[in-house]
Design a protein around this ligand. Structure first.
Ligand code: NOJ
Length: 617
């Protein structure tokens, strides 16, 4: 190759696998940097507030919700131990890019979505006078190091679709590491679309080319723009960022995202990316197309609505609202990788729509035990909430005001996230509902020999359980939340009382596969019927040397997804030939229609191989 775009460094074989297995077991915490913790030191404070206040963007009294309130990266660093003790393993920070420095209708870009320079850090989040270059800022470096030594990954929130809106005659002025690059009002370089505001949200052309809330919309057809944004984000990856949350997916074409994710993953193999496709639903085809085809996962707005409606009653059905969403899981290639949440910075917090902390506790149990990667919005673990104006933006972004590691919600979340770490059924497993009605929900999550059973009673009254076909090994367990014993006998639970507004969780921890190399294989695209199951056949001991009877049996996740965690012991990196096969009750296998799949396996580590079924029709 004459000019490789990304020379392969380190372990060549590992860089072939760009899907991170680990993210399925992460627990994400999303915070707004300005509203989390003020870490300005006492000496710098006075001087700092003066500097920050030069343009009237800062309000130290924290009365003006549109202005900066002083949270910064040092503040985050000071609370990493707190987050670690909660069980957080990935920290999603609101965008850190340098922002326009002005007020629009008395609102400052404390949220970070009005970028002026994608290659520089917002100085308000740094120490007074510190360099805001990505590779020179000591505070950014310290943040990354502190997170990493606490076992926490850093997730950067990025925006590719737009820069900034019209403010005092300026719009979309963007710098390239301090040098002028683009200006919406003087756009000789064609960096922007100039098509006005979106009026029809069903119109594909408008979604891509027109503006949302007056934000200057980049022209992704311009290769100079694409080169700029790719180079900028790669600089952040070089600074140690581990994963990306990507804004406004829906407003850029699929081809752009495919090119972008490829470039990011070539730069940082194993990078996990998830994006915001606003109000995605599993029955909304365009959002599913994005989720399955752009090389990154999406935030699960469907399940968010399902859980919120379940408790708020905004739509009827109670737990059937949740079941309805899960019933569509097979439309996704990687339902277990969807990032799940119950509220965020763009909607009222859960307590603003359901003002009952007991219900929030139950929603947290669902969030932590249903499929997907749970993402907690900052402060939820302390019941942080402000219901002014129904808790709409900006009142959903209060200043964090408590760090009590003994508070009831903190301890609850801690227990739940601890369970996610210890029982792989939550990260990888299938979902089986044993009982559901509007007010009571009993389900298990299962993977290999690991299982978790959850019961949630959202009514104010006791519920007497009468359920069978519960996929838990027989035995007596102690509920991780209430401490009460629960006995499962021949898969049944009869006459057992679950009190009103109570959740119970029991866990059976199996033994995950351990080997020098563990490969998590996943196959999508063959919709199995009852009696059919998937297996992997191949040219090694583990895969039975092409003997279908000895093929490695995969685990059912849903009709469209089967997973296997297989341990390999190789003396060196080696070639594997394999293919998938459907085993049927009548003994006739359906074998994939292709010349063998072929891949180079590293000698050690944990990698993911995601495949799509090849058929001859
Ligand atoms: C979605 C973000 O979550 C929201 O907060 C922001 O204002 C818009 N995108 C525009 O960037």
């Amino acid at each position: 190759m004459a000019n490789p775009s990304a020379p392969v460094s380190g372990d060549l074989t590992k860089s072939l696998f760009d899907s991170p297995v680990d993210f399925r077991s992460e627990a994400i915490y999303f915070l707004i940097v300005d509203r989390f913790n003020d870490g300005h030191d006492a000496l710098g404070d006075e001087e700092g507030s003066e500097q920050l206040d030069q343009k009237g963007l800062f309000d130290e009294t924290r009365q003006d919700w549109g202005k900066y309130w002083g949270g910064n990266l040092q503040g985050v660093i000071n609370k990493i131990d707190y987050l670690k003790s909660l069980g957080v393993t990935a920290l999603w920070l609101s965008p850190l890019f340098e922002q326009v420095s002005d007020l629009q209708f008395s609102r400052a870009p404390m949220h970070g979505y009005w970028t002026r320079d994608f290659k520089r850090i917002n100085p308000r989040f740094l120490k007074v006078g510190e360099s805001n270059s990505i590779d020179q800022s000591p505070t950014l470096k310290l943040l990354v190091e502190t997170c990493h030594s606490a076992g926490i990954k850093v997730v950067l929130d990025i925006v590719c679709n737009h820069s900034s809106p019209e403010i005092n005659g300026c719009k979309g002025v963007v710098l390239d590491d301090g040098r002028p690059l683009a200006d919406f009002n003087d756009d000789g370089k064609d960096f922007y679309y100039h098509e006005g505001e979106i009026t029809d949200w069903e119109d594909e052309f408008q979604l891509i080319h027109q503006e949302m809330m007056g934000l200057a919309t980049f022209n992704e057809k311009n290769i100079n723009y694409r080169n700029y944004i790719k180079a900028a984000i790669q600089m952040w990856l070089d600074a140690g960022i581990d994963a990306l949350r990507v804004d406004t997916l829906k407003h850029m074409p699929i081809w752009f995202w495919q090119e972008f994710t490829t470039a990011m993953k070539a730069h940082k193999p194993g990078l996990f990316m998830f994006g915001e496709y606003g109000f995605s639903k599993p029955w909304e085809q365009r959002s599913v197309e994005y989720a399955n085809n752009i090389g990154m996962s999406i935030l699960d707005f469907g399940l968010c609505d399902g859980i919120r409606f379940c408790f708020s009653g905004q739509e009827p059905g109670g737990f059937h609202q949740v079941e309805r969403i899960l019933g569509h899981d097979c439309v996704y290639h990687r339902a277990n990788e969807l990032v799940t949440f119950i509220d965020n910075h763009d909607m009222p917090r859960f307590l603003s729509i359901v003002p009952d902390s007991r219900k929030l506790d139950l929603a947290l149990v669902l969030l932590s035990t249903l499929r997907g990667v749970p993402c907690l919005f900052y402060g939820t673990e302390q019941y942080l909430n402000d219901s002014t104006n129904g808790g709409q933006d900006p009142y959903n972004r209060p200043m964090m005001d408590s760090w009590d590691t003994n508070s009831h919600p903190f301890v609850l979340v801690q227990k739940l996230l601890n369970l996610r770490q210890n029982n792989q059924a939550l990260a990888l497993g299938s979902h089986h509902t044993a009982w559901v009605n509007e007010d009571f929900y009993l389900y298990t999550r299962n993977f290999r020999d690991s299982a978790v059973m959850v019961m949630v009673n959202k009514s104010d009254h006791d519920h007497i359980v009468d359920a069978e076909n519960i996929r838990m090994p027989d035995g007596t367990y102690q509920c991780l939340i209430t401490g009460y014993p629960v006995t499962i006998e021949r898969g049944r639970l009869f006459g057992y009382t679950v009190h009103g507004n109570t959740a119970m969780v029991i866990s059976s921890e199996g033994s995950p596969v351990k080997a020098p190399l563990v490969v998590v294989f996943q196959i999508n695209g063959f919709f199995t019927q009852p009696g059919q199951s998937l297996a992997i056949t191949g040219d090694c001991d583990e895969l039975g040397h092409w003997d279908h009877a000895k093929a490695y049996r995969m685990e059912y996740v849903n009709n469209n997804t089967w997973v296997a965690t297989i341990g390999f012991q190789c003396d060196q990196a080696s070639l594997l030939n394999y293919k998938f096969v459907v085993l049927q009750a009548n003994g006739d296998p359906i074998v994939e229609y292709l010349i063998n799949r072929r891949t180079l396996l590293p000698q050690s580590g944990r990698i993911a191989i995601d495949c799509f079924w090849n058929s001859n029709n």
